[in-house]
Design a protein around this ligand. Structure first.
Ligand SMILES: [Zn+2]
Ligand SMILES: [Zn+2]
Length: 446
């Protein structure tokens, strides 16, 4: 608010000095343009739209929907975009919404992306816009909550759509606003998310040259932005190792082949891949087993035992190498026991790669958004993000926006029932989108 008064003062000051010479609107417009820089305009517009952003965020927070089921969310986004004068297209990747702002001047086409889905989590935060939504997920009745902050993402992108209407004179080229469903992963057996948007032609149809995406963070103080050059978020792959032995009486193990003992040895063997076999100074990696399943009762050695887990990597070569080592470890240990294995590895999400040249080129824009001292480099994050599918297609930049109240020492973590963000962080996110877009257009315009 303080800034608004400051600029109002500058305007009054300038107006007073020149009032006697004002000869119409054209002239006063020129004076305003001379006095207010592009950065100032972005600040003013961002602060002006803040209240609307918060209103929208609260609406989406109160009515979250699960991945690939964002029907009302999608309708509401369309309604707001239409009120702003856009002609949004609904239904890409099931519930996605895409809108375009064409400046009418030549220049690049920039994609700005927000993910829009909630999670099967029952909210525990005491808010007057708390979610009380319930639905069925994998056969169970669950609460639904925007427990990752995607409500804030929708609000910030709608905020950018509103702000750019006022900043149209600053633009060269086009902006594509991408409201993407199912970032948290579509239900089993369904396609969805960024991968499906790419498959349905988002990048080609709209001619997107570059993409920017952001995530609010409950652990980063408001007013701050964090990023990393190169892989910022991990590739996430799911593995399943099916060990087959020979069923026997528990009292006579020598008459069978025990898949449980074999599985136990495989799990131990997997621990040495990251700790002993790969170059951890290059990039980090994680292999975690999340489930073991085998057997029916105490005195039967079963025929099968299945191990399920996740692999996180930041380098495609290391990723392939680790996959080979998992297969080798499982197959060799099984062979040594007289068992057999089937190893299935599903690549879920690639590494989220921040294009190094683009990231360096856009750093001044992030500095303009929140101040250079508030932009920091972070280590790689072992979580995954399907924005990575866009980053495979075009140069892209993904970063985190602070959503933590600096006074709150224990904000709930993402995906937890206690997750919460400080809405004062939204304005930094919208400023980042505005600066990145306008700076990129100024750099790349013909
Ligand atoms: Zn999430
Ligand atoms: Zn998220």
């Amino acid at each position: 608010m303080r800034k608004v008064f400051l600029f109002a003062f500058i305007l009054i000051f300038v107006s007073c000095k020149t009032t006697s010479q004002i000869r119409g609107q054209e002239h006063s417009k020129k004076i305003i343009n001379d006095v207010i820089t592009e950065d100032d305009k972005i600040s003013l517009v961002s602060e002006k739209i803040e209240a609307n952003m918060i209103k929208h965020r609260r609406h989406f927070h109160q009515y979250p929907e699960l991945s690939n089921r964002e029907f009302k969310t999608s309708d509401k986004i369309v309604e707001i975009l239409k009120e702003l004068g856009y002609t949004p297209k609904q239904g890409m990747a099931k519930t996605g919404v895409v809108a375009v702002l064409d400046s009418g001047r030549p220049g690049p086409t920039i994609g700005l992306r927000a993910d829009i889905d909630g999670l099967p989590v029952t909210e525990r935060v005491d808010l007057n816009f708390k979610s009380v939504e319930k639905t069925k997920f994998l056969g169970n009745e669950v609460g639904v909550m925007h427990a990752c902050g995607h409500d804030a993402h929708i609000a910030m992108l709608l905020g950018a759509a509103e702000a750019f209407k006022e900043l149209k004179d600053e633009l060269h080229g086009k902006i594509v606003f991408v409201f993407q469903p199912a970032e948290e992963g579509p239900p089993p057996g369904e396609e969805g998310g960024a991968e499906l948007m790419v498959k349905e032609g988002l990048i080609k149809e709209y001619g997107i040259d570059v993409m920017f995406g952001q995530h609010i963070s409950s652990s980063l103080d408001i007013g701050k932005i964090s990023y990393r050059v190169g892989g910022i978020m991990a590739a996430a792959d799911r593995f399943e190792i099916r060990v087959k032995g020979k069923q026997a009486h528990g009292s006579r193990p020598w008459s069978g082949v025990d898949p449980i003992v074999t599985a136990a040895q495989i799990i131990t063997g997997l621990q040495t891949i990251v700790s002993r076999q790969i170059d951890l100074t290059h990039e980090p990696a994680v292999i975690s087993v999340g489930k073991i399943e085998g057997g029916v009762r105490n005195n039967i050695i079963p025929e099968n035992c299945t191990i399920i887990g996740t692999i996180r990597t930041f380098d495609p070569n290391m990723q392939d190498d680790i996959h080979k080592r998992i297969r080798r470890t499982a197959e060799s240990i099984a062979a040594s026991q007289g068992a057999t294995v089937e190893v299935i590895i599903d690549k879920n999400c690639p590494v989220t790669q921040n294009n190094p040249a683009l990231t360096r080129k856009m750093l001044p824009a992030l500095y303009s958004a929140v101040g250079e001292d508030n932009v920091r480099v972070i280590p790689a994050i072992t979580g995954a993000e399907d924005f990575s599918f866009f980053a495979l297609e075009v140069p892209a930049l993904y970063y985190f926006v602070g959503g933590k109240d600096p006074e709150n020492p224990n904000p709930g973590s993402h995906h937890s029932p206690d997750f919460s963000i400080d809405e004062r962080g939204l304005v930094s996110g919208v400023k980042a989108f505005l600066h990145l877009t306008i700076d990129y257009m100024n750099i790349e315009k013909p």
